[in-house]
Design a protein around this ligand. Structure first.
Ligand code: SF4
Ligand code: SF4
Length: 418
C-alpha cells in the first residue's frame, strides 16, 4: 500500500449555519451507488415530515420526507454522481407536521440489539461520510469486538464532521457509549487527525467519563480517512473485504450524531450538515440542510456566488467529488460538500509516462495502464479497476493534469457490467 500524502487546504470555523426552509425537496429514487427505491406516494398526496415515501424492496430500507407538504408530479434531477434521477417532489408547506406515531419515544435503557438494528433500518440511517451504505446492515452481527468512529475527514476543504464534533461532542460520546451498551461491544476508538485540535479538545472535555472509549490520532494525510486505513491505523488489523470479518464496525462521526437524534428523539435521517466552500462562494460555511434541498437554493440563501472566471461546481470535495453541469444538485445523504472553484487547469496534455499515478495509488493498481487500455476489456479485467476507491490521487498528482480517475471509474463500471 502506497504512503498517504499531505495536502494543504484551508478549513472553516466550527460554526454551523442553518437553512432548513427549502421551497421544494427532491427525493431521488436511486442513490449514487445505483440502489433503487420504489415510490409509495402519488401526486396530490399530503406528506408528513418523516413519512416513508419510498422503499428499497430488496432490503426493506425506507427513505423519508424531510418536509411536510403536497407531492407534485415527479421529474428527473441531478444527484452527486452527476446522473439525472427520477424524484418524488414535495412542495414544502413549512408546517413541519409529523405523523402522530412519530412522536412516540423509547427509553434507551430498554433497547435490545434487535431493537437498535431495526431502529437504524426504519429511520433510514446511512453512512454520512459519503458511502450512503445502510447502517443497520453494518451492525447486524453478534460478534462485534471494536467500534471505530471515523472522524478523520482527510479530504481538503471538507470540515462538516469537525463542526459537528465541536458542537455536539458530548452527545456523540453519549451515543457511542449507548451503542457499546446496547450492542455489547467491549471498546470504541475515535480516530481523528493529529492536527485536528478542536475535535481533540472537544472530545477530551468529556471522554474521561467513558472508560471504554479511546482516541487514536493519525497523521494529517490523504487518504487516511479511508476505512481500510482507519482500521489499520487504529488496530493494526487488515481485512479482506469488510471490517466485520475481524469483528470491527466503522461508523462516520456524523452518522453517530444521526444515531443520537434517532435514539433521543426518534427522528429519521432527514437533515445533515454539509460544507459549502471554495473561492466561488461568498459565505463559506458549514450548514445544516434538509435532505432533498437543491444546492443552488441553499447557496443563494447564504449570500450567493463570487464573480470568478470559469466557475467549476463540484459535488463533494476536490479529490473524490464530481464536477457538475449545473448547481441544481440535490443534497443527498452521502453529499458532504459543495465546492465552487475556478477551473484554470490546462487539460488534455499528453501522458509523459512518469508513473506518479502508480506511485500514489493506495490500492496498488496502475491508473495509467487502465487509461491506456480503456477499450480493451480483457486487459482491463487483469488491471483490476474494480479495486479503485475513487480517491482522486492519480488525477491530483498527474503533471499533465489528466483526469486519470475518470478513466479508472469508467473502466470499473465496464468490468462490473460484464
Ligand atoms: S482514484 Fe482509484 S486509481 Fe486513482 S489513485 Fe485513487 S484508487 Fe488509485
Ligand atoms: S501521472 Fe499522468 S503523466 Fe504520469 S504516468 Fe500517470 S497519467 Fe501519465
Amino acid at each position: 500500500m502506497n504512503k498517504p500524502i499531505h495536502i494543504d487546504s484551508s478549513k472553516l470555523s466550527n460554526n454551523i449555519e442553518k437553512y432548513i426552509k427549502p421551497e421544494v425537496v427532491y427525493i431521488p429514487l436511486e442513490n449514487k451507488n445505483g440502489i433503487t427505491y420504489k415510490h409509495l406516494v402519488k401526486e396530490g398526496d399530503y406528506i408528513y415530515k418523516g413519512q416513508v415515501i419510498a422503499v428499497n424492496e430488496k432490503i426493506n430500507f425506507p427513505i423519508h420526507s424531510s418536509v411536510s407538504g403536497y407531492a407534485v408530479c415527479g421529474s428527473k434531477h441531478i444527484i452527486s454522481n452527476g446522473k439525472k434521477i427520477k424524484c418524488v417532489i414535495i412542495e414544502n408547506d413549512f408546517k413541519e407536521k409529523y405523523e402522530k406515531k412519530k412522536l412516540v419515544n423509547k427509553e434507551i435503557a430498554s433497547y435490545t440489539k434487535d431493537d437498535f438494528i431495526e431502529s437504524l433500518r426504519i429511520n433510514g440511517i446511512t453512512g454520512l461520510g459519503g458511502s450512503d451504505y445502510p447502517t443497520f446492515l453494518k451492525y447486524d452481527s453478534d460478534n462485534i469486538k471494536y467500534l471505530l468512529i471515523n472522524a478523520v475527514e482527510c479530504e481538503p476543504f471538507i470540515c462538516c464532521d469537525k463542526a459537528v464534533i465541536y458542537n455536539y461532542a458530548d452527545s456523540i460520546l453519549e451515543t457511542i457509549d449507548n451503542i457499546l451498551e446496547i450492542m455489547k461491544i467491549p471498546k470504541a476508538i475515535i480516530v481523528t487527525k493529529d492536527t485536528n485540535t478542536s475535535s481533540i479538545d472537544s472530545f477530551n472535555k468529556y471522554i474521561g467519563t467513558y472508560p471504554n472509549i479511546q482516541m487514536c490520532l493519525v497523521e494529517d494525510a490523504y487518504p487516511n480517512g479511508w476505512e481500510r486505513l482507519v482500521v489499520k491505523n487504529a488496530l493494526g488489523i487488515e481485512y479482506n473485504k469488510y471490517p466485520i470479518e475481524k469483528g470491527i464496525v466503522v461508523s462516520n462521526v456524523s452518522t453517530i450524531y444521526a444515531i443520537y437524534e434517532m435514539l433521543k428523539y426518534n427522528r429519521p435521517l432527514t437533515e445533515r450538515v454539509i460544507t459549502i466552500t471554495g473561492p466561488g462562494i461568498k459565505k463559506k460555511t458549514n450548514v445544516k440542510v434538509k435532505i432533498g434541498a437543491l444546492a443552488s437554493e441553499i447557496i443563494m440563501n447564504l449570500d450567493g456566488y463570487k464573480d470568478i472566471q470559469n466557475p467549476l461546481f463540484i459535488a463533494g470535495g476536490p479529490m473524490m467529488g464530481n464536477s457538475m453541469p449545473t448547481d441544481d444538485v440535490i443534497i443527498t445523504k452521502d453529499l458532504n460538500c459543495i465546492l465552487v472553484i475556478e477551473d484554470h487547469f490546462e487539460k488534455n496534455l499528453p501522458c509523459i509516462k512518469c508513473g506518479k499515478c502508480i506511485e500514489v495509488c493506495p490500492v496498488d493498481i496502475a491508473p495509467v495502464l487502465i487509461m491506456n487500455n480503456h477499450d480493451n476489456h480483457d486487459n482491463l479485467k487483469n488491471l483490476n479497476p474494480n479495486k479503485c476507491i475513487e480517491c482522486g490521487l492519480c488525477s491530483y498528482i498527474c503533471p499533465s493534469k489528466i483526469e486519470v480517475r475518470e478513466f479508472v471509474r469508467i473502466a470499473k463500471e465496464k468490468v462490473k457490467e460484464e
